[in-house]
Design a protein around this ligand. Structure first.
Ligand SMILES: NC(=O)c1ccc[n+]([C@@H]2O[C@H](COP(=O)([O-])OP(=O)(O)OC[C@H]3O[C@@H](n4cnc5c(N)ncnc54)[C@H](O)[C@@H]3O)[C@@H](O)[C@H]2O)c1
Length: 257
């Protein structure tokens, strides 16, 4: 059956905003959504990269937009979501794949790293979801996905800031799901395990950190961006219409070990 016709999994014609869409996870996600016939807006702090990504999608026959975005700014989140809705008539989906990773021992953890982790990963994901929800609640439909992390659930030494931001983002997911359930707006999260991207380079590139991280994954490999694609498509698609408030860990068993 065609990727665009399956009634359970089709996202063809949906208008979807991928925040952090120029990043290591966001870009493969954006490409998959576009391949499946969605109109895809790429939002990123790196607006040059976002423009290049949108151009690639357009060159491959997709409908695409590039939007400069700073999730720490409420006005930027609102302007970005409104830009998508004005351009294409409505906003059907948000995938928030923006974020940063800062780790270090708590006793000398850098204050600015703490603040940036909270501002981008927690406050940013809330502000973006709120901006999308402001459009989706009145239209009585929509699907919001935040890429959280296994760190929403597990504790690792040195992870106070990252884990706090990701656990917070996961819990905000549940709260928003509850607030917007009656309006038909679904809010979920996907929690990946370590996946080689620019963000995870400091884990992957250091042999000791790498083998320590790998040893914690029961399936004995790191994730790949492709591992997340089916989960993202499913959560956006009609087949998931009764699924809300969930944190779906796509992690090779990391959160059960
Ligand atoms: N790669 C992993 O191992 C891994 C594992 C679990 C969870 N995650 C989460 O997945 C998400 C994406 O990670 P990634 O690996 O693709 O990282 P990445 O660094 O490759 O991409 C992140 C993207 O977010 C953008 N960004 C950063 N700050 C922003 C801001 N203030 N406003 C808008 N955009 C901003 C960056 O420009 C970049 O394009 C993050 O939330 C990360 O915590 C990643």
């Amino acid at each position: 059956m065609s990727l665009t016709l399956d009634p359970l999994f089709s996202i063809a014609g949906q208008n979807i905003f991928v925040a952090g869409g120029a990043g290591g996870l966001g870009w493969p996600i954006a490409q998959e959504l576009s391949k499946r016939g969605a109109n895809v807006a790429i939002g990123d702090l790196d607006s040059t990269k976002a423009a290049a990504c949108a151009e690639t999608l357009s060159n491959n026959g997709g409908q695409a937009l590039a939007i400069g975005l700073n999730v720490t700014q409420r006005a930027s989140c609102e302007a970005a979501c409104q830009h998508v809705a004005k351009s294409w008539g409505r906003l059907d989906g948000l995938v928030n794949a923006s974020g940063i990773y800062r780790v270090g021992p708590a006793l000398n953890f850098n204050d600015q790293d703490w603040q940036n982790s909270i501002d981008i990963n927690l406050t940013g994901s809330f502000q973006l979801a709120r901006a999308a929800g402001a459009l989706m609640v009145p239209q009585k439909s929509g699907s919001i996905i935040t890429i959280t992390s296994v760190s929403s659930s597990v504790a690792n030494p040195n992870y106070a800031a990252y884990a706090a931001s990701k656990a917070g983002a996961a819990h905000v997911t549940r709260v928003l799901a509850l607030e917007w359930a009656a309006a038909g707006v679904r809010v979920n999260a996907i929690g990946p395990a370590v996946t080689p991207t620019p963000l995870a380079a400091q884990i992957i590139d250091d042999p000791a950190t790498r083998s320590n991280a790998l040893a914690k994954i029961p399936m004995q490999r790191f994730g790949t961006p492709d591992d997340l694609l089916a989960a993202v498509v499913f959560l956006l698609a009609p087949g998931a219409q009764f699924l809300t408030g969930q944190i779906l860990y796509v992690d090779g068993g990391r959160t059960i070990s």
